[in-house]
Design a protein around this ligand. Structure first.
Ligand code: ADP
Length: 402
């Protein structure tokens, strides 16, 4: 029997998320999460296909222990990592710099390059590397593939990718706009073309990935031409806990006048800003509930979030010139009808509108929410980064082993 399974690993600094997929029908044979790695109260949740979840709390010292625990859980369901049906492991890697424009089979050279990129991704790449090294130690013979969050954005022209700062300084420190969430933007832009019944090469799409982290992208004929995140995921939209765009001089001001350290400002802008900084909550459900109760801080936070979102829709409309569709995705984009309605409100002259009834429908399927005669379609397209990572991994490994 040929190997048709792909294990997708997303290794964070203190967590590992995983999914085992069967690529014959894209089914999830198992999904799970190990959290709080390194603490006494690490938590595991493992859900086999169709079965009840198994959850427990126990100390899990490091990523190696976490992955061994995952392997043991999979083995209980007859899905062990030693199975001949496992074709490959696909790893989410946050930063691929300018080097990695495509999913890449991992070898020592690739590992060294991901390591070289740590200065531009100090929070993410070390954890991703640990996950890869641990998985390679468990199954050294198995092909392992890195799928980069930045890869889809490497097609951005220099006019969009460069900051207007001294070129020599920027180049010396690899300061440029890389963009993130690329796996999701790639998947959703293609799925949107499919929803329109057209080839990705033939459509221009604005993708709005609105999760806890949030980013927008302008996709022309299947290629990214601009995206809202930059050197790091801090730039762009208002997010759950990140500020997004700001005058960079705010940082100098907080340092000089506010006497804050660089690390304090980093934490402020990444963890204590955005919706949480504005109103104390970063969950859009809670914010909408508070607005319904007349809470003014929540209402202002929502308005700031929408104002920024609308600015990006306008900006990317101008960048693309012609827009076929706008696609909402991720936790907020897929679920929060009021966000979708407010983001396109008043943009009728751009051919943009949302049908109230269609927008209110709850569904896990890709769907159009614009009026039937709309010039620009508005779509809700659930993202599936794990499936995209598995698909890209399998495509690469399948070709190699054929
Ligand atoms: P991430 O992957 O960035 O952690 P998700 O894409 O899972 O985030 O999105 C999480 C966010 O989605 C939550 O913080 C919440 O604001 C929003 N969200 C989830 N479900 C709903 C819902 N039913 N209505 C409104 N917002 C929701």
């Amino acid at each position: 029997m040929s190997a048709t399974r792909v294990l997708v690993l997303n290794s964070g600094s203190s967590s590992v998320k995983y999914q085992l997929l069967d690529m014959r029908d894209s089914s999830r044979l198992a999904t799970g999460l190990v959290e709080r790695i390194g603490e006494r109260s690490s938590r595991l949740r493992h859900t086999p296909l169709g079965g009840p979840s198994r959850e427990r709390t126990e100390p899990i010292a490091d990523h190696e222990a976490a992955l061994k625990t995952v392997a043991a859980e999979l083995a209980k369901d007859g899905l062990g990592l030693d199975s001949p049906e496992l074709a490959a492991i696909g790893h989410r890697v946050v930063h691929g710099g300018r080097t990695f424009t495509e999913p890449t089979v991992i070898d020592e050279r690739v590992l060294a390059e991901i390591e070289r990129l740590i200065p531009v991704a100090p929070l993410h790449n070390p954890a991703n590397l640990t996950g890869i090294r641990t998985a390679r130690a468990l199954r050294p013979d198995l092909p392992q593939v890195a799928v980069f969050d930045t890869a889809f954005h490497t097609t951005m022209p220099e006019s969009a990718a460069r900051y207007a700062i001294d070129v020599a300084t920027a180049d010396a420190h690899r300061v440029r706009r890389y963009g993130f969430h690329g796996t999701s933007h790639a998947y959703v832009s293609r799925a949107t073309a499919k929803l329109l019944g057209r080839a990705p090469e033939d459509v221009n799409v604005i993708v709005l990935h609105l999760g806890n982290g949030a980013s927008a992208s302008a996709v022309r004929g299947g290629r990214c031409v601009d995206t809202s995140m930059g050197l790091t995921p801090l730039e762009g939209l208002v997010m759950g806990t990140r500020s997004g765009d700001m005058d960079p001089a705010v940082i100098f001001h907080l340092a000089r006048v506010g006497k804050m350290s660089i690390d304090e400002i980093d934490t402020l802008l990444n963890k204590k800003s955005g919706l949480v900084g504005l109103c104390g909550d970063n969950d859009m459900r809670e914010i909408r509930r508070r607005i319904d109760e007349g809470d003014e801080r929540a209402a202002l936070a929502f308005d700031i979030y929408i104002h920024r979102l609308k600015k990006y829709i306008g900006a990317y409309y101008a960048v693309l010139g012609t827009v076929d569709a706008i696609a909402f995705t991720a936790g907020v984009g897929e679920n929060a009808a009021p966000v979708r309605a407010a983001a396109v409100a008043g943009l009728e002259t751009l051919g943009l509108a949302v049908d109230g009834e269609l927008n209110a429908v709850r569904s896990d399927e890709p769907r159009l929410i614009s009026p039937a005669d709309a010039r620009v379609k508005v779509a809700v397209v659930p993202t599936d980064e794990e499936l995209e990572i598995a698909t890209q991994t399998y495509a690469l490994v399948g070709e190699e082993s054929d």
